[in-house]
Ligand binder design. Structure first.
Ligand code: SAH
Ligand code: F3S
Length: 439
C-alpha cells in the first residue's frame, strides 16, 4: 500500500529546497504526501539550527508528535536537517520515540533507511558528508509555479566564528554546471519564469562542466541568462569576499539579473567583523556596493545583521546604525546573537545584557522599517516591471505579482497574464503590498 508522508520544514530557503527534494525522492519511491500529520505513516521534520530558538522549536514539535505516536504505534518519526547533523545520536537519547535521523546530505538515503527500519525495527542514523546525490532527483511535475528554487552548491568553508553551518552542512561542494542547466531547462519548459539560485556562498560556485572545464558563478549566470523562457534570476546568499568584478560585470550585461541584491554584512564595525572572522572590512563592503551602483544606479540592497555579538560596544553598534543609514538598506534579516555550541564565538566573553541587546535590535529594525517605507514611497507613481504570480491571496478579483525588489503588487487584470512579465504603474502602498494598474 502507498504510504503517506507528512513533512514540516523550518529555516532557510535551502531547507525549503531540501524538503522539495525529499518529496521528489519519496514520490519516486511510491510514497505520497499528506497535508495532515494525523493521516501520515511517516512524519518528517526538516530542522534548522542557526539560532538557539530554531533549534529548540524542534523539540517542542516532537513533543506534539509524541501524542500521534502514542495513538499510532507504527508511525515512523524522522529528523533531518541541521539539528540532525549537529546533535546526531543524542536526539535518540533525548527523544526516545524518534526512529530515523538523516543529515542534509543523506536525503537520497531516506527511502532505503525507511525500508530498513520497517524490516529490522531498529533506529537508524546517517549524517555523513560526501558525494551529494540529492541533486540527481528532479521533479517530474509539469505544472510548476512561476518561481523555482535551485541549489547550485552545498556547505560552507568560511567558518565565521558565530556560525554553525560549516559544521552541519559540511564543506562547499558545487553541483556540476550541466546538471544545473538541464534542470533549469526543464523548469523553463514547464512554466517557470524566475529562478532563485541557492547556496551558502553562491559566489564561490565552481562547478565541473561535462567538457572537462570549470564554470564559476558569473559564467553560470551568463549561461542561465541565455535560456529564453527564464525572465528573472535571483540568488541567495552572497559573501562579500567573493563578490568580485566579474559578478559586477554580469550585472552590467544581464538585464535578467534583478535590480536587488541581498549581501549580508552582519555588522558596521571593523572590530566586530574581525571578531566574526568575516574577512572583509566595511570599506571593502562599501566599495563593492559603489561598483555595483555604478552599473545599476537604482539597485536596492538588503542585508543580514547580528546584534549584540560578544564585545559589541555602544560605539560598534552606532557604526552599524551609521552604515544602515549610509547604504539605505531596503530590508534586513536581523537577529540577536545566539551562541552556538562548538563555534569559537560561543567561548568569547560576552558582557552585554540581554536587555541592551534587545534595545539595539529594536532600534536597528525600526530604522530599517523606516527605510523600507522610504523605498516603497519612492515607487508610487513609477512604472514597475512585475512577474505575475497568480490570483491575489486577499482579493479573488485581483492578480498579484512581484517587483524586482520583492514587493508584492496587487492589480486588476485578466488571468491569462499569469506567468508573464508586465508593466504596472504603482498607485499606492499598503503595509505589506503595493497597489498598481496595468499600463
Ligand atoms: N552564508 C550566509 C549566511 C548563512 S546563515 C552569509 O554569508 O552571510 C544566515 C544568517 O543567519 C547569517 O547571515 C547571520 O546573520 C545569521 N546567523 C548565523 N549564525 C547566527 C548566530 N549564531 N546568531 C545570530 N544570527 C546568526
Ligand atoms: Fe555561516 Fe559565514 Fe558560511 S555566516 S554559512 S560560516 S559564510
Amino acid at each position: 500500500m502507498n504510504k503517506k508522508i507528512y513533512i514540516k520544514t523550518w529555516g532557510c530557503q535551502m531547507n525549503i529546497y531540501d524538503s522539495s527534494k525529499i518529496i521528489n525522492i519519496l514520490e519516486k519511491n511510491n510514497y505520497s504526501i499528506t497535508k495532515i500529520d494525523l493521516k501520515a505513516d511517516i512524519l518528517i521534520l526538516n530542522t534548522c539550527s542557526i539560532r538557539d530558538k530554531s533549534h529548540e522549536k524542534v523539540f517542542h514539535q516532537l513533543g506534539r508528535w509524541k501524542k500521534i505516536k502514542k495513538k499510532k504505534k507504527n508511525v515512523i518519526i524522522c529528523i533531518g536537517g541541521c539539528v540532525a547533523s549537529q546533535e546526531g545520536e543524542d536526539i535518540f537519547k533525548r527523544v526516545n520515540y524518534v526512529d530515523i535521523i538523516f543529515g542534509p546530505q543523506n536525503i537520497h538515503d531516506l527511502p532505503y533507511m525507511i525500508d530498513k527500519f520497517l524490516k529490522v525495527k531498529k533506529k537508524i542514523i546517517k549524517i555523513n558528508f560526501g558525494k551529494i546525490k540529492k541533486f540527481d532527483y528532479y521533479s517530474k511535475k509539469k505544472n510548476l509555479k512561476t518561481t523555482a528554487l535551485i541549489s547550485i552548491m552545498e556547505g560552507c568553508n568560511k567558518y565565521c566564528t558565530f556560525c554553525i553551518v560549516p559544521y552541519t552542512r559540511g564543506f562547499e561542494i558545487s553541483r556540476p554546471c550541466d546538471d544545473i542547466i538541464r534542470e533549469i531547462n526543464f523548469f523553463a519548459k514547464n512554466g517557470v519564469k524566475e529562478i532563485i539560485l541557492l547556496g551558502q556562498n553562491v559566489n564561490s560556485y565552481n562547478g565541473k562542466k561535462n567538457n572537462g572545464g570549470i564554470c564559476n558563478f558569473s559564467s553560470l549566470l551568463y549561461l542561465i541568462s541565455k535560456i529564453n523562457n527564464i525572465k528573472r534570476i535571483r540568488f541567495l546568499t552572497s559573501h562579500p569576499i567573493e563578490f568580485k568584478d566579474d559578478i559586477i560585470e554580469a550585472y552590467q550585461d544581464i538585464p535578467k539579473l534583478v535590480n536587488f541584491l541581498h549581501l549580508p554584512v552582519q555588522s558596521g564595525s571593523n572590530k566586530i567583523l574581525e571578531l566574526m572572522q568575516r574577512i572583509y572590512s566595511i570599506e571593502e563592503y562599501k566599495n563593492i556596493l559603489k561598483k555595483l551602483i555604478s552599473v545599476r544606479p537604482n539597485i536596492q540592497i538588503s542585508s543580514d545583521f547580528i546584534v549584540g555579538f560578544p564585545g559589541e560596544t555602544e560605539n560598534d553598534f552606532e557604526d552599524t546604525m551609521k552604515l544602515i543609514k549610509e547604504v539605505n538598506f531596503d530590508a534586513s534579516f536581523s537577529f540577536i546573537y545566539s551562541p552556538r555550541p562548538g563555534t569559537p564565538a560561543s567561548e568569547f566573553r560576552d558582557n552585554i545584557s540581554f536587555k541592551e541587546k534587545k534595545k539595539r535590535l529594536y532600534r536597528l529594525q525600526k530604522r530599517i522599517n523606516k527605510q523600507t517605507i522610504f523605498w516603497s514611497n519612492k515607487m508610487v507613481g513609477s512604472i514597475q516591471k512585475i512577474l505575475v504570480e497568480g490570483i491575489s491571496k486577499k482579493n479573488f478579483f485581483e492578480l498579484s505579482g512581484r517587483t524586482e525588489n520583492n514587493r508584492i503588487v496587487n492589480f486588476i487584470g485578466n488571468k491569462d497574464i499569469i506567468g508573464k512579465i508586465i508593466y504596472v504603474k504603482i498607485t499606492s502602498i499598503n503595509p505589506n503590498s503595493l497597489k498598481g494598474i496595468i499600463i
